[in-house]
Ligand binder design. Sequence first.
Ligand code: ADP
Ligand code: MG
Length: 238
Amino acid sequence: MAFLQLDDVAKAFGPVSVIKGIHLAIQKGEFVVFVGPSGCGKSTLLRLIAGLEIISSGTLRLDGRDITDLPSSKRDLAMVFQSYALYPHMSVYENMSFALKLAKVNEAEIKRKVERAAEILNLGAYLQRTPRELSGGQRQRVAIGRAIVRQPKVFLFDEPLSNLDAALRGQTRVEIAKLHRDLGATTIYVTHDQVEAMTLADRVVVLRDGRIEQVGSPLELYDRPANRFVAQFIGTPQ
Ligand code: ADP
Ligand code: MG
């Protein structure tokens, strides 16, 4: 049994079918990237896993438990939103501790977790600043820190680098890869950027129009694209 298992997962908005019978098995510690053109259903699939959209049919299992009908807060997953989702009036420390406070974790434990996350993310010197006083890359790291302190079973990222400039994007991408190596956390990462997909992923899931076109390691996709769509998307010369 895989760590995270999707069986025949489907989602329709009214009459419009957006996710169509997805089967996927993700192993513990894997870094899986969902890639595909705009509108193919990447965000919707991630939001179904997160419990932010109600599934139309199919089942989701995480760590041996059926989570299909569990509310988002009970799923042990953390979604990293883009950095503009930070609370602007709160310090970095307060932003990172907010969810733990709500969960009534005690102060000493909160402090330990936030300081550990800040160390991993190189934010130790910035804990008393507000988001306004940080660079775009630092803000994105705070957004990641908010997920880390919750010690989720799975990290979910939806295009976390899309509002950073090119230089910062490269740097933050390297940091996300390092974070994954350090924590060994199971991660699902959505992007429409082939370079991000190919450099970060253990396995890439290529989506098209709500269906999986191919799943494989970056090398497998590059060497043996299943069809023309995958080849063109990955950028394999044909
Ligand atoms: P991607 O993240 O790959 O760009 P999305 O998952 O955001 O794609 O969207 C997939 C399709 O579902 C699109 O056609 C989009 O318009 C549609 N869609 C997404 N969310 C909703 C919604 N809440 N209501 C209706 N249609 C939606
Ligand atoms: Mg999207």
